[in-house]
Design a protein around this ligand. Structure first.
Ligand SMILES: *Cc1c(COP(=O)(O)O)cnc(C)c1O
Length: 385
């Protein structure tokens, strides 16, 4: 229940609602983190996640939010004096720059206006001109709804000495990922977005090309985050330090659910629901904020019409319906609203999202023609022919 006794509905682009089945799994007993029982859980989880990330790598787990594993990726790849080229088109690209500078390393940026994608053809040129240890990108920019073309970015980086480091915190589990085929060297994600778990588990998957740098590290500053130790532990079905057991039970359950639905079906559901929500909201006369040709399937970002404050919409959702959606905590504050379309959501969720948005808009004085939004949403929900 919310503070004013409405049934609580979590529709953020993360953390996302945790389904009952996963909440039950979180309650499994804590066992020894270096015992055979837990090693079995780790082994199953490790196998189930590979197709979701599109990798044959053993995935390493850390107790942290997403930002922790973003920092881990940087700390393992860059040594003092090394420079990274960061693709920045939103809040999380900015965060990578802050992490790199916070570690006393150097970041150059290739930027695009928020909502657009960074021009991939500029990457190859930048790599020729500068001496970069890494190219750093955000797969799904949750602040704007823009998806990066990782396949194209990977081709631009693949034949250079640079490593491609990618944050897919809000992509993995809801967007296609082919880490190995696309040439992503270090991929990090976290539990609380499309993977439907509570926050607190960070994951990292590392290519052979990146291991060469990490193993022969020339002075990288790291301890808890040291991927070398994490890799040795992962091979034994362990984490280097005490595992967040409930979250790993939860992740195993989440992955079992995804495989039971069928991974391609999970992806298709994310695409269908996000497209339908956008169609419905656009029919109300609102614009999709995202200008990138690759629109996110895991978060929908809408621009507010003149005179409508996004923060007031967010407040109305919470106070009137008990629904929690996101505005913006960045320079887009008040200008956009963001609704998560990832995790365990259904047709019914986005129908409610649209209905409640109509209510909020008319309350704030934006006149909406009745039924038009729903008709567009329902049409988009129909399977193609
Ligand atoms: C949520 C998110 C993160 C991580 O945030 P934490 O609060 O540290 O878990 C990182 N990158 C993106 C793109 C995100 O959406």
């Amino acid at each position: 229940m919310t503070k004013n006794n409405k049934p609580y509905r979590l529709r953020l682009p993360g953390p996302t609602a945790v389904p009952e089945q996963i909440r039950m799994a979180l309650a499994e007993p804590v066992v020894a983190h270096r015992g055979p029982e837990f090693a079995e859980v780790m082994a199953e989880t490790g196998q189930l996640i590979k197709p979701i990330l599109g990798t044959a790598n053993d995935v390493m787990a850390f107790t942290s939010s997403g930002t922790g594993v973003m920092e881990a990726a940087i700390a393992n790849v860059l040594a003092p004096g090394d420079k990274a080229l960061v693709l920045v088109n939103g809040q999380f690209g900015d965060r990578f720059v802050q992490i790199i500078e916070g570690l006393n390393l150097q970041a150059d940026t290739l930027e695009a206006p928020w909502g657009e994608a960074v021009a991939v053809d500029e990457i190859a040129k930048a790599l020729q001109d500068g001496d970069y240890r890494a190219v750093v990108a955000v797969h799904n920019e949750s602040s704007t709804g823009a998806v990066a073309d990782l396949e194209a970015i990977g081709s631009a980086v693949r034949d250079s000495d640079a490593l491609l480091v990618v944050d897919s915190v809000s992509g993995a589990g809801g967007l296609e990922l082919q880490q190995d085929d696309w040439g992503v060297d270090v991929l990090v994600t976290a539990s609380q977005k499309a993977l439907m778990c509570p926050p607190g588990l960070g994951l990292a998957s590392v290519s052979e090309k990146a291991w060469n740098v990490i193993e022969n590290g020339a002075g990288q500053a790291r301890f808890y985050w040291d991927f070398r130790r994490a890799r040795e532990s992962a091979a034994k079905g362990q984490t280097a330090f005490t595992s967040p057991m409930p979250l790993i039970y939860g992740l195993r359950e989440s992955l079992r659910m995804i495989h039971a639905e069928g991974w391609p079906n999970t992806l298709a559901r994310h695409r269908r629901l996000s497209s339908a929500l956008r169609a419905g909201v656009q029919a109300l006369g609102l614009a999709v904020f995202t200008k990138s040709p690759m629109l996110s399937d895991t978060v929908c970002v809408f621009e507010m019409p003149d005179g409508i404050d996004g923060s007031a919409i967010v407040r109305h959702f919470y106070e009137t319906y008990g629904t929690v959606i996101a505005g913006s905590r960045s320079k887009l504050r008040g200008k956009v609203i963001r609704i998560g379309t990832m995790g365990c959501i259904t047709d019914e969720d986005i129908r409610l999202d649209l209905e409640q948005l109509e209510g909020a808009l008319s309350e704030l004085g934006w006149s909406v023609e009745g039924g038009v939004g729903q008709a567009a949403l329902e049409a988009a929900l129909q399977p193609a022919n």
